[in-house]
Design a protein around this ligand. Structure first.
Ligand code: F0G
Length: 465
């Protein structure tokens, strides 16, 4: 099937659920003035559980069976038409200054989502730095380590990569309201992109359980911010219901288009490495959208012949919120944690939506899932911060995980390891200051650098100790 056929098949709903039409005419957003045509829609949606297919712009986040959905691109049609030189040309100094080329997501647009430029809502996300830190490498027991700092995105986390695509699809669908549940970064990102797109943003957050920097962003960007008395998992259940009932577009990573944007982390990382495949990509896991996305990205590059092999993936969870670790280490389906707990509030999630997609990536790459304690997370964070790079607690689970995996002999010292730092140091100042003051409950501040008091001597001399 060529691209045009696929588009019209999607239009006519001739694959999978043939009676569903474009989805633009029904579903929770059917009152939202959706475009009648699905022209240019080259992709389709496929259920991860039962493989049932739906038209590319069907307004749904799950299959009828309840499974999550993948965006499936016409890779056969793209093979041979895409090259690393095309993407490199857009990046090079002599390349275009057009926003779609400058964005570290839309630079890869043929593989992300071929939307018309007028639908794209971008803050020139991505183009984050890749740091080489010999200091951290020696602490980790590695010859070298590379850190892709996604905290350098416009709102300070990797979520911007998924959000630019999610909000652009919302615009494409004619939606005027968007919503998410969040541990803080998704909501900060969605609030920003919705404001840029002049959409209303509705955010559900677990009360008292998100870092201050993130709460501040949601308020500042003008999102209606609803604090709920439960945890993230409860907020997630709530937002799915609210969106379905009120015709609001859901922008959690259960939305398959979020994953399409986030997989550009993998594209850009490979581009940073001149398309040389690292041995490992290591990242923290919470709701498990990001690990799903990075796997999808490398798998597509591999399927297109743009990279010769797959890197191995390591997903690192906090001990008190590690249902994927349990599922992976017991080779069984995921059993949600009723009460997730960790100081890394970003990944305090007991019932991750994308666990099946994430596990698929771990297994397909001969990867691993690792678990780390809060003490290991805060100590790794102190090291990352002290190395002059800095990141929020959840991000540093990656480093704590690498250290354990090196010590266990799973990662060899001479392997090329890339860790994803998912969020900015400034997101969670309470943990930073609490750590250095030694006031974090139940945790030891092994590398504390507390502020000290100064005073004025009678002679006017200032002293401190
Ligand atoms: N790191 C940070 C800084 C995060 O904010 C998140 C997730 C993760 C890691 C885990 O990524 O969920 O794709 O496995 N934050 C979400 C939020 C849940 O609402 O901001 P994941």
């Amino acid at each position: 099937m060529n691209e045009r056929d696929r588009a019209s098949a999607a239009d006519a709903g001739t694959r999978g659920h043939g009676d569903t039409g474009t989805g633009a005419s029904r579903g929770p957003g059917s009152n939202a003035g959706l475009p009648a045509s699905a022209a240019g829609v080259t992709w389709l949606l496929r259920c991860v559980e039962c493989a049932l297919e739906y038209p590319g712009l069907d307004l749904r986040y799950r299959c009828d069976c309840g499974g999550t959905l993948d965006v499936v691109h016409p890779l056969d049609a793209l093979r041979g038409r895409l090259s690393t030189a095309l993407f490199d040309g857009r990046l090079s100094a002599a390349g275009s200054r057009a926003p779609l080329d400058r964005s570290g997501v839309w630079r890869f647009r043929e593989l992300v989502l071929p939307l018309a430029p007028e639908h794209v809502v971008t803050r020139l996300e991505g183009s984050t730095r890749l740091y080489d830190s010999p200091r951290l490498a020696s602490w980790l027991g590695l010859d070298g380590v590379l850190l892709k700092h996604e905290g350098e995105n416009p709102t300070g986390s990797f979520k911007d990569r998924g959000m630019t695509v999610g909000v652009s699809v919302a615009r494409r669908l004619g939606m005027s309201r968007v919503a998410c549940a969040s541990t803080g970064n998704t909501s900060a990102s969605m609030a920003s992109y919705a404001a840029v797109a002049r959409m209303e943003a509705l955010v559900f957050i677990p009360e008292g359980k998100i870092a201050y920097g993130k709460l501040a962003q949601s308020l500042a960007y003008g999102a209606l911010t609803v604090q709920i008395p439960g945890d993230f998992d409860a907020a997630m259940r709530l937002v799915e219901r609210v969106c379905a009932r009120r015709g609001i577009y859901l922008l959690n990573s259960v939305n398959p288009f979020r994953i399409e944007g986030q997989k550009a982390i993998a594209f850009e990382l490979l581009q940073d490495l001149d398309w040389q495949v690292p041995d490992w990509i290591v990242l923290p896991g919470g709701n498990l959208g990001n690990s799903s996305a990075i796997y999808k990205g490398v798998a597509e590059l591999h399927a297109l012949g743009l990279i010769p092999r797959l890197p191995r993936m390591a997903v690192v969870q906090a001990e008190g919120a590690s249902p994927l670790y349990e599922a992976w280490s017991t080779a069984s389906d995921l059993v949600p944690f009723a009460h997730a707990e960790t100081i890394a509030t970003a990944i305090r999630i007991g019932n991750p939506v994308s666990w099946r997609k994430s596990l698929r990536g771990v297994l397909a790459t001969s990867g691993v899932v690792e678990v780390v304690t809060d003490q290991e997370i805060v100590d790794a964070k102190a090291r990352v911060d002290r190395a002059g790079i800095g990141a929020e607690p959840a991000s540093c689970a990656s480093l704590a995980g690498i250290r354990k995996l090196v010590a266990a002999g799973v990662i060899r010292a001479d392997e090329r390891v890339c860790a994803i730092l998912t969020g900015n140091l400034l997101k969670d100042p309470d943990v930073v200051v609490g750590y250095h003051r030694g006031t974090l409950d139940g945790l030891t501040s092994t590398h504390a650098n507390p502020p000290i008091q100064a005073w004025l001597e009678p002679g006017g001399e200032i002293r401190w100790e």
